[in-house]
Design a protein around this ligand. Structure first.
Ligand SMILES: [Zn+2]
Length: 117
């Protein structure tokens, strides 16, 4: 299934949820309200350069995060586990040193992390 990711706030939606404005043919992100920021993605797709820049801005080295959801069934990580960001690779893998000792990368638009401020 094709999903839509906002380049601005990096929130992922199902394609149906995007709001299309028939007047100026612009799609609007339901989360931040920006227009023209939605990019269609398929499972396993790489982020666009702009999305990558945004990911690296959100997930800087040393940022503390909490796991919201992880798709990998072999991981021992649980929602709520904490870790520290190492780096974001070109495929959108968010490499994190987890407190439980795992060094698993979270995948952009698949797994969900929350930044702890
Ligand atoms: Zn947005």
């Amino acid at each position: 299934m094709t999903k839509v990711c906002c380049e601005n706030c990096m929130v992922v939606f199902s394609e149906q949820k995007a709001v299309w404005d028939g007047a100026d043919k612009t799609e609007y992100c339901p989360e931040c309200g920006e227009g023209g920021c939605l990019v269609r993605i398929k499972a396993g797709a790489f982020p666009t350069p702009k999305q990558l820049e945004r990911l690296r801005d959100i997930y800087r080295n040393g940022t503390m995060v909490r796991l919201v959801a992880m798709s990998d069934p072999y991981s021992k990580l649980k929602p709520g586990d904490r870790g520290v960001i190492k780096f974001v690779d070109d495929a959108g893998g968010i490499h994190t040193a987890w407190r439980n000792g795992e060094n698993l990368a979270a995948i952009w638009c698949v797994d969900r992390l929350e930044v702890i401020s």
